[in-house]
Design a protein around this ligand. Structure first.
Ligand SMILES: C[S@@+](CC[C@H](N)C(=O)[O-])C[C@H]1O[C@@H](n2cnc3c(N)ncnc32)[C@H](O)[C@@H]1O
Length: 543
């Protein structure tokens, strides 16, 4: 497998990250529904006519406060729920926008607001902006752009005002680091040693592949399954085993029906079922065989994340569901930010994935919801792979297990999750949106615990932590093993960090040891130790 490994922070945050299922539906209508196309053409003609008439209009200047107040008003309005309601809303507001545009400069702001309302529900905003630029009178178009810039800026900047949720008692902070600004997780109040700082449910999980299908742990929540209580899902290509009906339903609704089941994704009143069950079954089987052959958790974490996004979006389109179902049942998804919002700001490894994997994931999603494959591009899959590989946390019960098969890959290619017990002791991996921000320390102030016997993560304070202090965890086993000298232990943990996450650790413990010229009673020259870590970091980061 070819690999590049530069560490990047996400720079661009997209305007609308979650509307892609609606986009598929909209495109479907545009391609297949003659009356819908006719309506769109009619609207465009009307706009063109007005543009011609309004050339030479004088614009009125609108100050920032008026613009902000207008934007606030638009944001506070109820948004249409289903795809059909969105389509109607879109048509109405484009129509109103053009009517208002011809009333003269005093109506430019209300006209722009109407066009902006339509833009907010349109699945491909960039495409619509290009249409607006050609068709909407220039002064009105300029206001639409000002509204959009203000909205995007406030939405992007406002994210950390609502995330992490206040009841988790932590905040995301930022500090200067050698490789740019580094995000950190900070205590929002004082904690005592042993306190549970917060509990967090994963967005997606994957049980270790050697445990899958055995009936020992639940595929969904990882709970140990009581004797004779295993529930095997029917018509499930993954052969998942659940501990309860609830887990089976949640798992099916969140991702598994899309990836490994045969039920239609959209109810018939929203869209006819265009899928071919035999074909769906066949592509799923090829994908399952591939996943098992590959033996890694990340491709399945990525597919489940993609499927969960699709499930959350399709749920919003179903009026009866009222936008809530297990697909979206994660407190983080309740607000105005989507699952994609919670991942796009995270650091990731730039990596590459086999072309076969890109095609198989796209094929499985396409077979479940034709058209969706356009939104699972190679670029998006590579990005998500890098994010999952960089941020996943290992789930270990008790001290961890001792029977996980080792892979014979090169140490830098082995799959690693962040866990103080070591990836070899875990039973599975999970992606946790808040815990993703925990930095590593070789003397960590907190530790993840799975004391509920499920993949729910409890972050426990290792010592007293003051409000405003950074909270850290160990990504690797930082203990000194009985057969290791302090220098051996230091070298092992620093090399593991370099292999897994491509950084030379700068935690207080490493810096203090470095300042002392190595660790006490060292039996290996520190210079040799450091050059080895740097060598690994450089090798994996490339030139
Ligand atoms: C999972 S992210 C943690 C959040 C990250 N700091 C951010 O800005 O988004 C892991 C990355 O944080 C940085 N990091 C975490 N712990 C570190 C440490 N002890 N020393 C140096 N860099 C560290 C490294 O760049 C690492 O690749």
């Amino acid at each position: 497998m070819t690999r590049t490994s530069t560490v990047l922070t996400v720079a661009g945050v997209t305007l609308v990250s979650g509307l892609f299922v609606y986009a598929v539906y909209f495109d479907y209508r545009r391609r297949n529904d003659a009356s819908f196309r006719k309506k769109l053409r009619k609207e465009k003609k009307k706009i063109d006519k007005h543009v011609a008439q309004t050339k030479g209009d004088i614009s009125v200047s609108i100050d920032t406060e008026d613009l902000r107040a207008a934007l606030e008003k638009v944001r506070s309005e109820d948004m249409p729920g289903s795809a059909e309601e969105k389509e109607k809303f879109f048509m109405t507001h484009v129509g109103m926008g053009e009517q208002l545009s011809i009333q003269g400069p005093a109506f430019h702001l209300p006209a722009a607001l109407s066009f902006y309302r339509a833009l907010r529900v349109y699945p491909s905003p960039v495409e619509l902006i290009v249409i607006y630029q050609k068709t909407v009178p220039e002064p009105v178009f300029k206001i639409v752009m000002d509204l959009m810039n203000m909205d995007v800026k406030e939405r992007v900047e406002g994210y950390y005002n609502v995330f992490p949720p206040k009841n988790m008692k932590v905040k995301v902070g930022q500090v200067e680091a050698a490789d740019g600004k580094k995000k950190i997780l900070v205590a929002a109040e004082d904690f005592k040693a042993g306190d549970v700082i917060y509990k967090e449910q994963p967005i997606v999980t994957v049980l270790d592949l050697d445990l899958e299908g055995k009936g020992i742990y639940c595929t969904h929540c990882f709970r140990e399954i009581e004797k004779d209580m295993a529930i095997h899902a029917e018509q499930d290509r993954w052969d998942a085993v659940y501990c309860s009906k609830d887990c089976q339903v949640n798992s099916k609704t969140q991702s598994e029906n899309i990836l490994f089941g045969l039920e239609p994704i959209l109810p018939p009143q929203i869209a006819p079922d265009l899928t071919n069950k035999e074909e769906r079954k066949a592509v799923q089987q090829v994908f399952v065989d591939y996943l098992k052959r590959r033996g890694k958790a990340v491709p399945l974490l990525v597919s489940r994340f993609l499927a969960r996004q699709v499930a959350a979006e399709t749920t919003k389109m179903i009026p009866a569901a009222g936008g809530s179902s297990p697909a979206a049942s994660n407190s983080l998804e309740d607000g105005e930010y989507s699952f994609m919002d919670h991942i796009e700001r995270l650091r990731y490894l730039v990596t590459s994935i086999p072309d076969e994997e890109v095609t198989l994931v796209a094929n499985v999603l396409k077979a479940a919801l034709p058209g969706i494959e356009a939104f699972v591009s190679q670029e998006r899959q590579i990005l998500l792979t890098g994010k999952m590989a960089y941020n996943a946390i290992g789930v270990c019960f008790g001290g961890g297990r001792h029977d996980k098969p080792d892979s014979d890959e090169h140490p830098e290619d082995k799959e690693r999750t962040r866990t103080p017990y070591g990836t070899s002791k875990q039973i599975g991996s999970g992606f946790y949106a808040v815990s993703a921000y925990l930095n590593h320390s070789c003397d960590p102030s907190a530790r993840p615990s799975f004391s509920s016997g499920t993949a729910e993560l409890s972050l426990i304070a290792n010592r007293d932590i003051k409000e405003g202090e950074e909270i850290t965890m160990a990504y690797v086993d930082v203990s000194q093993h009985p057969d290791e000298s302090p220098t051996d232990a230091r070298r092992r943990r620093r090399i593991e960090l370099a292999c897994g996450w491509r950084f030379a650790c700068t935690c207080t413990k490493c810096l203090a040891e470095g300042a002392q010229g190595g660790v006490a009673d060292s039996d290996v020259p520190d210079q040799k130790d450091e050059s080895k870590v740097e060598e690994v970091v450089q090798r994996v980061e490339g030139p």
